[in-house]
Design a protein around this ligand. Structure first.
Ligand code: PGA
Length: 241
């Protein structure tokens, strides 16, 4: 299913309505969550839907797709900080139902390979929310000759470092490693919600639709998924025919 909306606000409304419908229909849904600029509007709308009493997150389980390594959770650029300050602190999710790729304050934990098992034990991800990098990364699965299927530690590509550097006050503060769900873990989700907004995403979105599957564009593997909903604004959809 493909939706193209006029602007980011409408895209965010649609995304929030899909996530809340999922939770209303299955109150103990397992959600795969993403960070970055793109889903921010969706989280804001979800907060409002929650405040109106329309949706209850008390039995929802979440698994975040990635996190930087070598970065304190308290750093405003960490994805822990992002999730708590943009979403978790404002809804009634239970702390024990929140999952991030395992690490201890920016250091690699021993248990990261068990993250996939933890997801399976919860019944698998019902709805995985995804943004996309301009280089086609999903999570931090960067373009490469080979892609790793399960949760792994990854070196960030130059493209990603150049884009994400902008969020850090000092460029040398930006980590060059992360921990991410693998392509296989993402594809296993029962439903996927891919969001892209803005002109900078137009080329990579067109490649998903028009080109073959290749590890040089990890997002191209989404073509294999039977239940993917893509929500774009007109700028990101510019080259989609
Ligand atoms: P963005 O990031 O939403 O900030 O554009 C997406 C991504 O890199 O996956």
């Amino acid at each position: 299913m493909l939706y193209i909306f006029k602007n980011y606000d409408e895209l965010s409304c649609k995304a929030a309505s899909i996530v809340s419908s999922q939770v209303i229909l299955k109150p103990n849904s397992v959600l795969g969550l993403a960070t970055g600029a793109t889903p921010l509007g969706m989280y804001q709308k979800l907060k409002k839907i929650y405040e109106k009493g329309i949706v209850d997150f008390s039995n929802v389980v979440t698994f975040n797709i990635d996190e930087y390594l070598d970065l304190d959770y308290k750093n405003p650029n960490s994805y822990h900080y992002y999730m708590y300050n943009n979403f978790f602190n404002y809804i009634n999710i239970q702390q024990e139902n929140i999952n991030f790729p395992p690490q201890v304050n920016g250091k690699v934990g021993d248990l990261y390979q068990e993250y996939d098992k933890r997801i399976e034990d919860k019944g698998g991800i019902d709805l995985q929310i995804l943004g996309i990098g301009i280089n086609g990364h999903i999570g931090f699965n960067e373009p490469n000759q080979e892609l790793i299927t399960c949760t792994h530690i990854t070196k960030l590509s130059e493209d990603t470092i150049n884009v994400n550097n902008g969020f850090f006050s000092r460029k040398d503060e930006m980590p060059n490693r992360a921990i991410s769900l693998g392509i296989g873990s993402i594809i296993k989700a029962k439903n996927i919600l891919l969001l892209a907004s803005g002109k900078s995403k137009a080329n990579i979105i067109a490649k998903i639709f028009n080109n073959k599957i290749t590890t040089s564009n990890p997002s191209s593997f989404l073509k294999l998924h039977p239940n993917i909903t893509t929500i774009l604004d007109e700028d990101a959809a510019k080259f989609v025919s």
